[in-house]
Design a protein around this ligand. Structure first.
Ligand code: APR
Length: 227
């Protein structure tokens, strides 16, 4: 039986009403990455950064998984699947699947002083104390530019042993995730890209399914499960 690794990105959640990053109207057209998604930006203006993530947390809390999230949960229930997500929205879990959160989660808070993690309240503020050490260094538990993504050893193991690798709704512009296709291909996996359009890394994939995730992901899952 195939061992499947699926990498998901913001395009998977677009049809759940959550904006992507790099589309014309995406988050990075409205906010400067340096201001809201770097440790330096947080040090300069933590209130602004918390405001940005508080808004995103509220949007994610109100969002529902779409047919693509549900199809991936169905796949994970029937086959050996590792879901790796760059998304911080929690929609894989709402659809009933477990995912490796390489870029963290909006639902989690982290103490920058002691490393303690806990469930984020709906609204976070710069002077929130850490429940473990009381330092006022509370930040969203999301991975910013210049920081190391989570679970990279586990991900490397799963990529090394997969026979099918799929990337869904991700632009392939952010590393290390953008390089997973090469890692999987080097180990002999069949590689598939599912996206609304072609990306900078499309040439690295063996196969392509083009269209909205809510249509093409359930179709791809049906074909895989039909064997
Ligand atoms: N169905 C399928 N794909 C879609 C859809 C859709 N309905 N809508 C958009 N897409 C595709 C776009 O074509 C694009 O290739 O989703 C991709 C979204 O790309 P990005 O906005 O760059 O998002 P992502 O690849 O997840 O970003 C990676 O960048 O800023 C960081 O940490 C952030 O995790 C994020 C990382």
């Amino acid at each position: 039986m195939d061992r499947i690794v699926v990498l998901t990105g913001a395009g998977l959640s677009a049809e759940s009403g959550l904006g992507t990053f790099r589309d014309a109207e995406g988050l990075w057209a409205q906010h400067r990455i340096e201001d809201v998604a770097t440790p330096e930006g947080f040090a300069r203006n933590p209130a602004l950064v918390h405001e940005f993530y508080n808004a995103r947390r509220a949007q994610a809390a109100a969002a529902q998984p779409n047919a693509a999230h549900r199809a991936l949960a169905r796949l994970a229930g029937h086959a050996p699947v590792t879901l790796i997500t760059q998304n911080v929205d929690g929609l894989h879990e709402k659809a009933g699947a477990e995912a490796i959160h390489m870029h963290g989660a909006l639902s989690r808070a982290l103490c920058a002083a002691c490393g303690h993690g806990w469930e984020a309240p709906a609204t976070m503020a710069p002077d929130d104390p850490c429940p473990a050490c009381a330092a006022r260094a509370t930040r969203p538990d999301v991975v910013w530019f210049g920081e190391m993504p989570y679970h990279m050893d586990l991900i490397a193991d799963r990529l090394a042993e997969c026979t099918v690798f799929a990337a869904i709704g991700t632009s392939g512009q952010v590393y290390p995730a953008a390089g997973f296709v090469q890692e999987a291909a080097a180990r002999g996996a069949h590689t598939v890209e599912l996206n609304l359009e072609s990306t900078d890394v499309s040439g690295a994939f063996d196969a392509h399914h083009t269209g909205p995730a809510s249509r093409i992901v359930p179709q791809w899952v049906d074909r895989l499960l039909a064997g």
